[in-house]
Design a binder for this molecule. Sequence first.
Ligand SMILES: [Zn+2]
Length: 250
Amino acid sequence: MLQAFREWRERRRVERMGYTRQEWEAAIGHWPVAARYQGAERQALFEMTRRFLVRKSVAPAEGATLTDAMCLTIATMACVPILHLGLDWYDGWYTVIVYDDAFVPNRAYMDEAGVVHERGPALLGEAWHQGPVILSWQAVRSAGGASNVVIHEMAHKLDMRHQGANGAPPLHAGMSAARWHDTFSRCWEALQEDYRHHRHMPVDAYALTGPGEFFAVCSEAFFEAPAALYRDWPDLYRLLAQFYRQGEQP
Ligand SMILES: [Zn+2]
């Protein structure tokens, strides 16, 4: 009863928000990943994007510009990873803050030399535990290759649902945590070796920052450049496919 009421209220709010299919298509037309979703799946992505915008507040940082098309783009990119998981996977936080460009968090941080600075280095994206996601629009619009800052931060959000952003998101029934850990560790070690020997790297070296970053960077590659990730790391690809409930092959 309550659930049915919530769904009815959400549908009404979606209708009142008023984004049309044409506006959505125009907004996401430049993003090649969206072209992979056709037919019923494309309609489902459109529906989920509108529900995302009803449930979340996408707001400009002070002085930043944010258009409807930008909101639709960000929401669509955010919904791709959870299209087959459900919007509830983003429960527990509400706000996406969008800067025009890279932003400097207003808090102290310690650099690698142990020096404490009053303000941190400039960032392109950030996800707070049970708090907002913060994005640079410049970074969002330069998605491509194997990178996508929205998918990166959303992967952190999914990861945080189980013991913080440590590269071990909550797995579905039937998935083995040991296998997940072994496969990700093996690829992590291989990436370290590739880095050390200046070889081709299946994902960006930023992944070596920590296990949480490794999962987020692999998630970016999984959606932005699936064929390359599958070629280089088929076992890891298959685990991500199971987690995101996508096809076993790109
Ligand atoms: Zn990250």
